[in-house]
Design a binder for this molecule. Structure first.
Ligand code: NAP
Ligand code: G3P
Length: 309
């Protein structure tokens, strides 16, 4: 098949495995690498067309530096699917990849994509975004199928931030459901959560409209309403009285929202951006407030116009 690509996926976790399934189903040559792999990264990336990073945030700098030492074809496209923020610099994963590989196209993939549903072959849609349109289109073709609809987008930062910032709101949504606060409360939380995402995201340099698409609102709805989301699970179980340590001991996989909340607090303080929901999620994760106290703090804030920014 002439359009068949060689795809190397870094990270054999839930998301790396689901992306591998999608690319394989389209007859691409797919190799998954993890730090426990017997095959060396050097050998695997030799013929790669696309290198997909599906490691969790804490692994991004490690895999970047491993690749930096290798001879790579200048044609290689980097595709990042990590939804997190660097704790030291507050950079997004694509910013880290682009800084390390300034001459390669970097594409972001993000959307409402709970991996378990994708592995069950349920239909889903996602967004691939890049400053290099042709690279986004290559990735679009590699993953598109009758059960995975892939849109391109020219705002990689907005697409990446949508998927990342909603993890904080997914924790809050889990708390809301765990406390059985009802549908009105959930709608209010997700709507005001989106306002918060837009506020900091636009200040960061992303386009406002991107947050109303699949990678923003779409992913917020998916993770904010699904027990399949690890971030939602963290919030839900906190509301049920478990400690964060206890929850993380039994959680399958990574809940990026925990680290993202800390990074966002840092950034919003540095830049004087109001993020009341994020702030309460932060205090809750630090065990400085109970879920009920966090709720009251939000409900009793000064009354104000809906839009004053
Ligand atoms: N699961 C989903 O539904 C989904 C959907 C969209 C996006 N995402 C995002 O995709 C990322 C991965 O999520 P996941 O669900 O696949 O998490 P996961 O199941 O916990 O897998 C994380 C992967 O990262 C690897 N990793 C961590 N630290 C590493 C390091 N220092 N060096 C090399 N590899 C390292 C892990 O390797 P080891 O196994 O060796 O620890 C594992 O392969 C997250 O940012 C998540 O937000 C997930
Ligand atoms: O399990 P979560 O909370 O990391 O959510 C997974 C994906 O981000 C859903 O799009």
């Amino acid at each position: 098949m002439t359009n068949s690509k060689s795809v190397v996926i870094l990270g054999a976790g839930a998301w790396g495995s689901a992306l591998a399934t999608l690319a394989k189903a389209n007859d691409h040559k797919v190799h998954i690498w993890s730090r426990r792999s017997s095959r060396t990264l050097e050998k695997l990336v030799e013929d790669a067309d696309i290198i997909v990073s599906a490691v969790s945030m804490k692994g991004v700098r490690d895999v970047v530096s491993q690749l930096q030492g290798l001879p790579l074809s200048p044609e290689i496209i980097f595709l990042t699917a990590t939804k997190g923020l660097d704790p030291q610099t507050t950079c997004t994963p694509s910013q880290i990849w682009q800084e390390a590989f300034p001459n390669h196209p970097v594409v972001v993939l993000s959307g409402p994509n709970l991996s378990q549903e994708i592995q069950q072959e349920l239909p889903a849609a996602t967004v691939v975004a890049s400053n290099v349109t042709s690279a986004a289109e290559v990735v679009q073709l590699v993953f598109s199928s009758n059960r995975f609809r892939v849109y391109t987008n020219a705002d990689p930062l907005g697409v990446e931030l949508g998927g990342t910032l909603k993890n904080v709101m997914a924790i809050a949504a889990g708390v809301c459901d765990g406390l059985q606060l009802g549908t009105n409360a959930k709608a209010a939380l997700l709507t005001r959560g989106l306002t918060e995402m837009v506020r900091i995201g636009v200040h960061w340099g992303a386009k406002q409209e991107t947050f109303y698409g699949l990678s923003g609102l779409g992913d917020l709805l998916a993770t904010g309403n699904s027990p399949l989301s690890r971030n939602y699970q963290v919030g839900y179980q906190l509301a049920c009285g478990k400690s964060l340590t206890e929850i993380l001991t039994h959680l399958q996989g990574t809940a990026e929202g925990i680290n993202t909340t800390k990074v966002l607090m840092l950034r919003s303080k540095q830049q004087n951006i109001s993020m009341p929901i994020t702030e309460q999620v932060y205090h809750l994760l630090q065990a400085e407030v109970t879920p009920r106290q966090a709720l009251l703090e939000l409900m009793l804030r000064d009354i104000k116009p809906e839009y004053n920014e």
